[in-house]
Design a protein around this ligand. Structure first.
Ligand SMILES: Nc1nc2c(ncn2[C@@H]2O[C@H](COP(=O)(O)OP(=O)(O)O)[C@@H](O)[C@H]2O)c(=O)[nH]1
Ligand SMILES: [Mg+2]
Ligand SMILES: [Zn+2]
Length: 297
């Protein structure tokens, strides 16, 4: 039975991309509905052809998922590219860190993509590089305007399912159009507003790149809830803390007010970026407040 990937679903129809049949319009078998499973973009499925002339078919089976994102609803995402503009809009590092934590929770590999470097000075770039260099996350510096940095980016998208996320206006759609070599998405501030409205009802869609990579654009969002992380686990989602954990004076040190805290020492030494640490404190306090509220109820 042929295999394929769900590219998008609209009104009960699923568009499956398969090596031998191209794009096949499929319906899902009733059994999925019964089990409360709905095919998602990114799902690997087996299908049968119903009508060879019209190239329509039936999804027979959904293969086990390796991951499942809720917003956007996409299955089997292996990589999250968080796009940040070095200028206009000003980088929202709180949002960037939230997305990095979210990816870490879901076991999805995050990549940091700094766009619009044509608008920046060497200094701006160095500052960002330094703040994240000991996280071990891959970083790319790019200009969708001058086309600098695209070859390296293209390489890491090969044969993966990658979601592009980030603030509105950072250049996600411009970058994806360039990678695809054709206009797939509308760009610009105005169209973005329309798109945002549209995206509340529209579902995620995969686009294929010339090298076999599959990508998902997301509409810009300015807030991104930090969900699914336990207060005491927050530190585990900071790769640059790893070497220091377990070495503080107190067991279960929160790295906020305790004396002889190795994490805080590392911040003073410059081993951990000060602003990254401050945002850690922000998230910690936020999660603690939420937890306290839950207990009070
Ligand atoms: N100067 C400069 N402008 C860019 C760059 N990338 C995108 N833009 C512009 O930024 C605006 C927003 O881009 P868009 O792709 O719609 O952002 P999105 O909201 O993240 O999808 C558009 O006017 C683009 O032309 C870049 O690298 N340099
Ligand atoms: Mg866009
Ligand atoms: Zn500590």
């Amino acid at each position: 039975m042929p295999l394929g990937v769900v590219m998008k679903g609209i009104g009960g129809f699923y568009y499956i991309k398969s090596p031998s049949y191209g794009i096949v319009e499929c319906k899902a078998r009733g059994i999925f509905r019964k089990d409360d499973i709905i095919p998602l973009p990114g799902d690997k499925v087996s299908f049968s052809i119903v009508d060879t002339d019209k190239n329509t078919g039936l999804i027979e089976e959904i293969l086990p998922r390796t991951s499942e994102l809720v917003r956007p609803a996409v299955a089997n995402v292996t990589q999250l590219v968080v796009v940040v503009a070095i200028k206009s809009p000003q980088p929202d590092f709180l949002l960037l860190d939230k997305m990095l934590i979210t990816a870490s929770i879901k076991d999805i590999k995050p990549v940091i993509l700094i766009n619009k470097i044509d608008k920046s000075t060497e200094e701006d770039v160095e500052k960002v590089k330094k703040a994240y260099e000991n996280t071990g996350y891959k970083m790319f510096f790019l200009s969708a305007k001058t086309h600098e940095g695209f070859d390296e980016l293209m390489d890491i998208l090969k044969d993966k399912i990658t979601v592009f996320a980030g603030q509105s206006g950072v250049g996600k759609s411009t970058i994806l159009n360039r990678l695809a070599g054709s206009v797939l998405m509308e760009t610009g501030e105005v169209s973005d507003k329309i798109e945002r409205g549209r995206h509340t009802t529209r579902h995620a869609e995969l686009f294929d790149l010339p090298n076999g990579g599959l990508v998902v654009d997301t509409p810009g969002f300015s807030s991104f809830e930090l969900a699914g992380v336990e207060l005491n686990d927050l530190e585990l989602h900071y790769p640059e803390f790893e070497n220091h954990l377990g070495r503080c004076r107190f067991n279960g040190c929160s790295h906020i007010n305790e004396p002889d805290c190795v994490v805080k020492e590392a911040v003073v030494n410059g081993d951990i970026d000060n602003e990254r640490y401050e945002r850690f404190v922000h998230f910690y306090c936020m999660l603690k407040k939420q937890k306290d509220q839950r207990y009070r109820k």
